[in-house]
Design a protein around this ligand. Sequence first.
Ligand code: TYM
Length: 341
Amino acid sequence: MIESGIKKVGNDLVFSGVQPTGNLHLGNYLGAIKNWVDFQNSKKCIFCIVDLHAITVSENRKKLDEYSKEVAAAYIASGIEPKKSTIFVQSNVKGHSELAWILGCHTPIGWLNRMTQFKDKAGKNKEKAPLGLYSYPVLMAADILLYKSNFVPVGEDQKQHLELCRDIAQGFNRSYNTDFFPIPEPIITGAATRVMSLKDGKKKMSKSDPSDQSRINLTDSNDQIIKKIQRARTDSLPFPENNKSLEDRPEVENLINIFASISEKPSENIIKEYSGNDFKSFKQDLSDLLISKISKISNEMKKLLSDHVYLNSILSDGAKEAKEISEKNIKEIKKIIKFYI
Ligand code: TYM
């Protein structure tokens, strides 16, 4: 896995995606979207709005169209430029479902049984969980391999899915004695690869957490950000003096990581700057930083969301570009399998 610094290889293609489930939060931004921006100048980038993944959970099957536009607006407001990158909605390009079926036929059930996200999401009621939730990682592999992607920038929670995608690509290549699929590299980078809940440092910051206080949403007002950071859980100990004194202090470590990621300063420098103080001035400065970053994004999102014609044209152009690449690859894949074409 590449943790930082990307080496240039053959067909430099970057692919990633976010589900349109509403409430885009700081974890999505720091763990994923923020890291996409820099790729645009050196590589072909494809950023997808993965609505087929969203419908694997019944509560998400609402407002898909509205939330898809919200994700598109968040991409653009965060610095993804439609002139440089392809932005589109997954269900608009049929190759994703087609390749998911093909890859599913090449994926042993034993590999899927290891996926922890399915176990977490299905909970105790596994028998009632939809088949799509179980095969979610195969669809994700299809997204990536459909474009023969080389790099996939994601948050840490996607690591296991990316490992499966590599196994699927290698398995397919082996079965057909080909090197058609590149083996994609996960890019899990930055100071905040796993942003935790503001209320519980052992839980991931998530859209599905019932408490809105647990996360900073990209649409939060300045007042909401200030209140959420003020109320964010810390502990009764003083501000840490070095990285070692962060052990067993997950909430404090999380806030320092967020600070480091937004300010683009190493966490050691932040610890040095605030050690010996209480958390008040640190939290005030963290709120200021978040406000300056998030308010720019949310204001831009509001502007974009009021211009449906513009957003629709970006998504329609993006789908056209994605179709062009994917249809060519699907044809090649069918030839490799020796389908009648
Ligand atoms: P989703 O919508 O759940 O998350 C989108 C991206 O945000 C990252 N992320 C986080 N990063 C750090 N801390 C957090 N608390 C946090 N929460 C979310 C995720 O790691 C992800 O990068 N399965 C993917 C969507 C997907 C995809 C793909 C990604 C479908 N096909 C192909 C890459 C390539 C997901 O869970 O999205």
